[in-house]
Ligand binder design. Structure first.
Ligand code: G3D
Ligand code: MG
Length: 195
């Protein structure tokens, strides 16, 4: 089991640079691996190997509007891990997550709550989450509406993004908005400590 290289911290006082471990959450086949692959390698491969256990990819990104460099360690999980130890290692040290569902399968939307609970109880903490309504390219077979997604996100204080790992629409935005939220949270907690 690989351990997180970093737990989420400002790396240097000289430049605005942050490192975070984040987790990809959601039911099987909602697009977690496709989205991570798209984001970290910028291509979509419908024939990639199925993930086994958990794995992570690293991506460095520059967030233009706040001129900040972020290195993300993106952890991806294959379905529900069989062993508790895998799950603990998966969540340990994560500072945020993308919680995906598939807009063409209502069941995956209904299960979002279970994923949220599992993450918060494993972490014993509420981390910022982005609710990602994925596969919006499949317009004909879409069953979960924008309004439903937005309503759930608002109720839970999550950011809401509609994406397609196939076309690349809003993939980078999903990760970068999460980064901004994690950075804001880090700044707020530092200020609280000073005061
Ligand atoms: P998971 O990691 O959450 O289990 P995957 O899901 O990333 O393995 O994706 C499951 C299937 O959905 C894959 O199809 C993948 O190509 C497809 N997929 C993922 N994201 C999108 C999307 O935004 N739009 C569309 N149309 N398809 C998507 P296969 O057939 O390869 O199993
Ligand atoms: Mg996967």
């Amino acid at each position: 089991m690989p351990q997180p290289l970093f737990m989420g911290a400002r790396v240097s006082d000289m430049s605005a640079e942050y490192r975070y471990k984040i987790v990809m959450l959601g039911d099987g086949a909602v697009g977690k691996t496709a989205m991570t692959t798209r984001f970290t390698q910028n291509h979509f491969d419908s024939d990639y190997k199925r993930t086994i256990g958990s794995d992570f990819a690293i991506k460095r990104l520059h967030i233009e509007d706040i001129d900040t460099q972020v290195t993300l360690q993106v952890w991806d999980l294959a379905g529900q891990p069989r062993f508790e130890s895998v799950r603990q290692g998966f969540y340990r040290g994560s500072r945020g997550g993308l919680l995906l569902y598939d807009v063409t399968r209502r069941r995956t939307f209904l299960n979002v709550d279970t994923w949220k609970e599992e993450a918060f109880s494993n972490l014993q903490n509420e981390i910022p989450l982005v609710l990602v309504a994925n596969k919006v390219d499949l317009k004909e077979s879409r069953v979960v509406t924008t309004e439903e997604g937005e309503k759930y996100a608002k109720k839970n204080g999550f950011i809401y993004v509609e994406s397609s790992a196939l076309t690349g629409e809003n993939v980078e935005e999903a990760y970068s908005t999460l980064c901004k939220r994690m950075i804001e949270d880090a700044k707020e907690s530092t200020q609280t400590k000073v005061m």
